[in-house]
Design a binder for this molecule. Sequence first.
Ligand SMILES: [Zn+2]
Length: 289
Amino acid sequence: MYASTSQLPFNYESFEGRFVPSDGTAVPSDRKGRWFLVKDQHIFLLAEREGVERTPLGAIPAAFEGKVESIVYFGSYLDTPCWAGSVDADLATPAGFVCERLAPGQVQLSDDLLSLCGLAQQATYWEATSWHCPRCGQPTVYIKGERGKRCLRCKYDHYPHLHPAVIVLVRDGDRVLLTRKAFWAKGRYGLVAGFLDIGESLETAVRREIREEVGVEVRDIRYVGSQYWPFPSQIMIGFVATYAGGEIRVDHSELEDARWFPLAELPELPGRHSIARFILDHHGRLQGV
Ligand SMILES: [Zn+2]
């Protein structure tokens, strides 16, 4: 169990200084270092290594030469440059590599490796979605010293498109309200969550998501921490709230099920890497159990 949200994977603080993100100003002159070769939400790793050593070190591995796009320097890990790139979708897994799916909760990656892979995935996603201007379609260039891109024609500056989402545990005495999406692992339940809409405060978004998804009202909304979530680019903002009334009415366009669970009989919960699990571990357990 993580003691605080700063320890959760993908949050920079979780590295405790081992990783220094690129600020866009100093990019190594040669493309050598650790390689994070991403294909959609998968990553190619060396089969016979452990931890961060599972990423190839040195120049880009020969088997990937010419087959990687959106190559970007995204920081340094223990003083070694980290390079991310997007691999052609039709590339078969080269000998000596395995192709791992970056789905937290299912992967067996060390926390640092999982975080680095997620940040690499985010970096290549930003490269792939920012090479042209979203307003006039012309190619963009880096804004010196920043992560943003500028359109040389219409002068529009744009920055990584990060999407704030609220995630909330609803409590009522010795029971909690949990929800389930149809595509989740069998029997697994999680928390109410959703993206902010234009004009909403975080508290308004929490109330609206709960009302929309499960039809109940809450009070005493309290912030408990946040987690960066690079699949592809969310910031999850965690809350607990107290049930204030209403019967559960499940929005079946979003959820398969929602119900109250006694704290003593919780179902299978989200994986340990997620803030959903963190909130449940710290705010959804029987005291002293
Ligand atoms: Zn433009």
